[in-house]
Write a protein that binds this ligand. Structure first.
Ligand code: ATR
Length: 278
Protein backbone atom coordinates (compact mmCIF):
# COMPACT_ATOMS: atom_id res chain seq x y z
CA UNK A 1 0.00 0.00 0.00
CA UNK A 2 1.37 3.44 -0.73
CA UNK A 3 0.54 6.52 1.27
CA UNK A 4 -1.67 9.40 0.23
CA UNK A 5 -0.13 11.83 -2.27
CA UNK A 6 1.42 14.90 -0.75
CA UNK A 7 4.85 16.09 0.33
CA UNK A 8 7.52 13.37 0.52
CA UNK A 9 7.77 12.05 4.06
CA UNK A 10 10.92 11.60 6.12
CA UNK A 11 11.54 11.02 9.83
CA UNK A 12 14.11 10.39 12.50
CA UNK A 13 13.69 7.09 14.29
CA UNK A 14 15.10 6.67 17.80
CA UNK A 15 14.23 5.82 21.39
CA UNK A 16 13.77 8.28 22.95
CA UNK A 17 13.54 10.80 20.12
CA UNK A 18 11.56 13.69 21.57
CA UNK A 19 14.77 15.70 22.09
CA UNK A 20 15.95 15.28 18.48
CA UNK A 21 16.78 18.50 16.62
CA UNK A 22 16.59 16.72 13.25
CA UNK A 23 12.99 17.81 12.49
CA UNK A 24 14.00 21.45 13.01
CA UNK A 25 17.18 21.09 10.92
CA UNK A 26 15.56 19.28 7.99
CA UNK A 27 12.55 21.60 8.12
CA UNK A 28 14.88 24.58 7.73
CA UNK A 29 16.80 22.88 4.91
CA UNK A 30 13.55 22.07 3.10
CA UNK A 31 12.33 25.64 3.44
CA UNK A 32 15.61 27.15 2.27
CA UNK A 33 15.91 24.85 -0.75
CA UNK A 34 12.21 24.84 -1.68
CA UNK A 35 11.82 21.09 -1.28
CA UNK A 36 8.29 19.79 -0.65
CA UNK A 37 8.81 17.41 2.23
CA UNK A 38 7.60 16.61 5.71
CA UNK A 39 9.95 15.42 8.46
CA UNK A 40 8.68 13.81 11.66
CA UNK A 41 9.76 11.77 14.66
CA UNK A 42 9.27 8.04 15.23
CA UNK A 43 9.77 6.84 18.79
CA UNK A 44 10.27 3.10 18.42
CA UNK A 45 11.49 0.64 21.05
CA UNK A 46 14.23 -1.76 19.90
CA UNK A 47 11.93 -4.79 19.67
CA UNK A 48 9.64 -2.92 17.25
CA UNK A 49 12.37 -1.36 15.08
CA UNK A 50 12.29 -3.63 12.02
CA UNK A 51 8.50 -3.65 11.75
CA UNK A 52 8.28 0.13 12.19
CA UNK A 53 10.88 0.83 9.49
CA UNK A 54 9.27 -1.54 7.03
CA UNK A 55 5.82 -0.06 7.73
CA UNK A 56 7.17 3.48 7.21
CA UNK A 57 8.51 2.69 3.76
CA UNK A 58 5.55 0.46 2.80
CA UNK A 59 3.34 3.45 3.55
CA UNK A 60 5.24 5.66 1.11
CA UNK A 61 7.94 7.12 3.40
CA UNK A 62 11.04 8.22 1.47
CA UNK A 63 13.85 8.27 4.00
CA UNK A 64 14.82 7.87 7.64
CA UNK A 65 17.52 9.17 9.88
CA UNK A 66 18.43 6.65 12.53
CA UNK A 67 19.65 7.58 15.98
CA UNK A 68 20.37 5.94 19.33
CA UNK A 69 19.92 3.03 19.94
CA UNK A 70 19.10 1.77 16.45
CA UNK A 71 22.15 2.42 14.25
CA UNK A 72 23.36 -1.17 14.34
CA UNK A 73 19.87 -2.59 13.91
CA UNK A 74 19.48 -0.37 10.84
CA UNK A 75 22.76 -1.71 9.48
CA UNK A 76 21.39 -5.25 9.82
CA UNK A 77 18.00 -4.40 8.33
CA UNK A 78 18.83 -2.61 5.07
CA UNK A 79 19.31 -4.46 1.77
CA UNK A 80 22.57 -2.74 0.85
CA UNK A 81 25.05 -0.50 2.64
CA UNK A 82 27.42 2.12 1.23
CA UNK A 83 31.17 1.52 1.69
CA UNK A 84 31.40 4.13 4.45
CA UNK A 85 28.48 2.56 6.32
CA UNK A 86 30.14 -0.84 5.94
CA UNK A 87 33.30 0.55 7.56
CA UNK A 88 31.29 2.23 10.30
CA UNK A 89 29.28 -0.92 10.99
CA UNK A 90 26.32 1.37 11.54
CA UNK A 91 23.65 3.17 9.51
CA UNK A 92 22.30 6.63 10.34
CA UNK A 93 20.53 7.33 7.03
CA UNK A 94 18.19 5.08 5.04
CA UNK A 95 16.80 5.83 1.62
CA UNK A 96 14.55 3.80 -0.59
CA UNK A 97 15.94 3.18 -4.05
CA UNK A 98 13.88 3.14 -7.25
CA UNK A 99 13.53 -0.65 -7.12
CA UNK A 100 12.10 -0.44 -3.61
CA UNK A 101 15.19 -1.76 -1.84
CA UNK A 102 16.56 0.05 1.21
CA UNK A 103 20.05 1.53 1.15
CA UNK A 104 21.86 2.32 4.41
CA UNK A 105 24.49 5.02 4.63
CA UNK A 106 26.45 6.66 7.42
CA UNK A 107 26.90 10.44 7.29
CA UNK A 108 28.20 10.92 10.84
CA UNK A 109 31.91 10.74 10.01
CA UNK A 110 31.71 13.07 7.05
CA UNK A 111 29.59 15.40 9.18
CA UNK A 112 32.34 15.55 11.79
CA UNK A 113 35.07 16.15 9.23
CA UNK A 114 33.06 18.85 7.42
CA UNK A 115 32.48 20.66 10.70
CA UNK A 116 36.14 20.44 11.67
CA UNK A 117 37.47 21.59 8.31
CA UNK A 118 34.83 23.78 6.65
CA UNK A 119 33.23 25.35 9.73
CA UNK A 120 36.09 25.43 12.22
CA UNK A 121 38.89 25.83 9.68
CA UNK A 122 41.11 23.04 11.01
CA UNK A 123 43.71 21.43 8.80
CA UNK A 124 43.64 17.68 9.39
CA UNK A 125 46.34 16.69 6.90
CA UNK A 126 49.44 16.12 9.02
CA UNK A 127 47.52 16.66 12.27
CA UNK A 128 48.05 14.67 15.46
CA UNK A 129 44.61 13.45 16.50
CA UNK A 130 43.47 11.74 19.70
CA UNK A 131 40.02 10.16 19.88
CA UNK A 132 38.55 9.23 23.25
CA UNK A 133 36.24 6.21 23.13
CA UNK A 134 36.11 3.11 20.95
CA UNK A 135 32.38 2.60 20.44
CA UNK A 136 30.11 3.21 17.49
CA UNK A 137 30.77 6.95 17.35
CA UNK A 138 34.50 6.41 16.94
CA UNK A 139 33.99 3.61 14.42
CA UNK A 140 31.95 6.00 12.27
CA UNK A 141 34.58 8.74 12.43
CA UNK A 142 37.78 6.82 11.79
CA UNK A 143 37.43 6.33 8.03
CA UNK A 144 36.68 9.98 7.19
CA UNK A 145 39.36 11.23 9.64
CA UNK A 146 42.05 8.93 8.24
CA UNK A 147 41.08 9.98 4.71
CA UNK A 148 42.27 13.49 5.65
CA UNK A 149 45.83 12.22 6.10
CA UNK A 150 46.65 12.87 9.78
CA UNK A 151 50.24 12.32 10.93
CA UNK A 152 48.99 10.11 13.74
CA UNK A 153 45.63 9.07 15.14
CA UNK A 154 45.35 7.43 18.54
CA UNK A 155 42.16 5.84 19.86
CA UNK A 156 42.09 5.71 23.67
CA UNK A 157 39.45 3.81 25.57
CA UNK A 158 38.43 2.74 29.09
CA UNK A 159 38.51 -0.84 27.80
CA UNK A 160 41.89 -0.78 26.00
CA UNK A 161 41.27 -3.98 24.02
CA UNK A 162 38.36 -2.34 22.18
CA UNK A 163 40.62 0.52 21.09
CA UNK A 164 43.36 -1.84 19.94
CA UNK A 165 40.86 -3.92 17.99
CA UNK A 166 39.30 -0.87 16.35
CA UNK A 167 42.71 0.50 15.36
CA UNK A 168 43.58 -2.84 13.82
CA UNK A 169 40.36 -2.80 11.78
CA UNK A 170 41.28 0.59 10.27
CA UNK A 171 45.06 0.15 9.97
CA UNK A 172 44.84 -0.18 6.19
CA UNK A 173 43.54 3.41 5.99
CA UNK A 174 46.33 5.21 7.86
CA UNK A 175 48.51 5.54 10.95
CA UNK A 176 46.06 4.55 13.70
CA UNK A 177 46.82 2.95 17.06
CA UNK A 178 44.76 2.00 20.11
CA UNK A 179 45.49 2.11 23.85
CA UNK A 180 44.07 2.71 27.32
CA UNK A 181 43.82 6.21 28.86
CA UNK A 182 46.86 5.68 31.06
CA UNK A 183 49.00 5.00 27.98
CA UNK A 184 48.11 8.26 26.18
CA UNK A 185 51.22 10.41 25.77
CA UNK A 186 51.26 14.18 25.84
CA UNK A 187 51.39 14.45 22.09
CA UNK A 188 51.22 17.32 21.56
CA UNK A 189 47.74 16.78 20.16
CA UNK A 190 46.36 19.18 17.58
CA UNK A 191 42.85 17.76 17.94
CA UNK A 192 41.23 15.77 20.76
CA UNK A 193 37.77 14.38 20.03
CA UNK A 194 35.54 13.02 22.77
CA UNK A 195 33.50 10.20 21.23
CA UNK A 196 32.60 8.51 24.52
CA UNK A 197 29.16 8.56 26.05
CA UNK A 198 30.69 9.72 29.33
CA UNK A 199 28.91 13.10 29.04
CA UNK A 200 25.59 11.31 29.43
CA UNK A 201 26.76 10.25 32.89
CA UNK A 202 27.97 13.79 33.57
CA UNK A 203 31.61 12.78 33.54
CA UNK A 204 34.72 12.86 31.34
CA UNK A 205 37.20 10.21 30.20
CA UNK A 206 40.13 10.02 32.68
CA UNK A 207 42.90 11.61 30.62
CA UNK A 208 46.06 12.76 32.41
CA UNK A 209 46.62 16.45 33.09
CA UNK A 210 49.23 17.06 30.36
CA UNK A 211 47.31 15.52 27.48
CA UNK A 212 45.24 18.63 26.66
CA UNK A 213 47.82 21.23 25.67
CA UNK A 214 47.70 24.93 24.78
CA UNK A 215 47.72 23.94 21.11
CA UNK A 216 44.93 21.37 21.40
CA UNK A 217 41.54 21.99 19.83
CA UNK A 218 39.04 19.89 21.79
CA UNK A 219 35.81 18.66 20.27
CA UNK A 220 32.96 16.85 21.99
CA UNK A 221 30.65 14.93 19.67
CA UNK A 222 28.01 15.48 22.35
CA UNK A 223 26.23 18.81 22.58
CA UNK A 224 24.39 20.70 25.24
CA UNK A 225 23.01 24.17 25.82
CA UNK A 226 26.13 25.73 27.35
CA UNK A 227 28.95 23.27 27.88
CA UNK A 228 29.49 19.55 28.21
CA UNK A 229 31.66 18.10 30.99
CA UNK A 230 34.38 17.60 28.35
CA UNK A 231 34.34 21.11 26.89
CA UNK A 232 34.41 22.46 30.44
CA UNK A 233 37.41 20.28 31.27
CA UNK A 234 39.13 21.37 28.06
CA UNK A 235 38.75 25.04 28.95
CA UNK A 236 39.91 24.46 32.53
CA UNK A 237 43.02 22.77 31.17
CA UNK A 238 43.81 25.62 28.80
CA UNK A 239 42.86 24.10 25.46
CA UNK A 240 43.20 26.31 22.40
CA UNK A 241 39.47 25.91 21.77
CA UNK A 242 36.59 23.70 22.89
CA UNK A 243 33.66 22.90 20.63
CA UNK A 244 30.50 20.85 21.02
CA UNK A 245 29.04 18.67 18.28
CA UNK A 246 26.33 21.02 16.99
CA UNK A 247 28.20 21.48 13.73
CA UNK A 248 28.60 17.73 13.28
CA UNK A 249 24.85 17.41 13.80
CA UNK A 250 23.94 19.92 11.09
CA UNK A 251 26.57 18.62 8.68
CA UNK A 252 25.55 14.96 8.95
CA UNK A 253 21.98 16.14 8.34
CA UNK A 254 23.04 18.14 5.28
CA UNK A 255 24.75 15.08 3.85
CA UNK A 256 21.60 12.99 4.44
CA UNK A 257 19.46 15.71 2.85
CA UNK A 258 21.72 15.68 -0.19
CA UNK A 259 21.45 11.88 -0.48
CA UNK A 260 17.67 12.07 -0.37
CA UNK A 261 16.99 15.18 -2.41
CA UNK A 262 20.05 15.72 -4.61
CA UNK A 263 20.29 19.26 -3.22
CA UNK A 264 22.98 20.41 -0.83
CA UNK A 265 21.59 22.85 1.76
CA UNK A 266 23.66 25.67 3.23
CA UNK A 267 24.26 24.91 6.91
CA UNK A 268 25.44 28.23 8.36
CA UNK A 269 22.08 29.73 9.31
CA UNK A 270 20.80 26.52 10.91
CA UNK A 271 24.02 26.06 12.89
CA UNK A 272 23.88 29.66 14.09
CA UNK A 273 20.24 29.20 15.15
CA UNK A 274 21.09 26.07 17.15
CA UNK A 275 24.09 27.73 18.77
CA UNK A 276 21.78 30.55 19.82
CA UNK A 277 19.29 28.17 21.40
CA UNK A 278 16.79 27.38 18.63
P1 ATR B 1 28.46 4.92 20.97
O1 ATR B 1 27.75 4.28 19.84
O2 ATR B 1 27.84 6.17 21.49
O3 ATR B 1 29.92 5.09 20.72
P2 ATR B 1 29.04 2.63 22.61
O4 ATR B 1 29.35 1.79 21.43
O5 ATR B 1 28.27 2.03 23.74
O6 ATR B 1 28.24 3.91 22.20
O7 ATR B 1 30.41 3.23 23.17
C1 ATR B 1 30.44 4.09 24.25
C2 ATR B 1 31.88 4.56 24.45
O8 ATR B 1 31.92 5.45 25.57
C3 ATR B 1 32.85 3.45 24.76
O9 ATR B 1 34.12 3.80 24.26
C4 ATR B 1 32.84 3.45 26.30
O10 ATR B 1 34.00 2.87 26.85
P3 ATR B 1 34.11 1.25 27.03
O11 ATR B 1 34.34 0.69 25.67
O12 ATR B 1 35.25 1.06 27.93
O13 ATR B 1 32.78 0.83 27.62
C5 ATR B 1 32.80 4.92 26.54
N1 ATR B 1 32.31 5.31 27.88
C6 ATR B 1 31.04 5.24 28.32
N2 ATR B 1 30.94 5.75 29.56
C7 ATR B 1 32.20 6.14 29.91
C8 ATR B 1 32.76 6.73 31.08
N3 ATR B 1 32.00 7.05 32.14
N4 ATR B 1 34.08 7.01 31.07
C9 ATR B 1 34.85 6.71 30.00
N5 ATR B 1 34.37 6.15 28.88
C10 ATR B 1 33.07 5.86 28.82
Amino acid sequence: MSGAPGPDRYAVVGHPVGHSRSPFIHGEYARATGQAMLYGRLDVAPAAFDAAVRAFFADGGRGLNVTVPHKQAAFALVDVVTPRAARAGAVNTIRQRADGSLEGDNTDGVGLVTDLTANLGLRLAGARILILGAGGATRGALGPLLACGPARLTVANRTPARAVELARAFADLGPVEGCGYDAVDTGPWDLIVNATSASLAGTTPPIAAGVIGAGSVCYDMAYARDDTPFTRLARERGAKAAHMGWGMLVEQAAEAFWLWRGVRPATGAVLAALLHGA
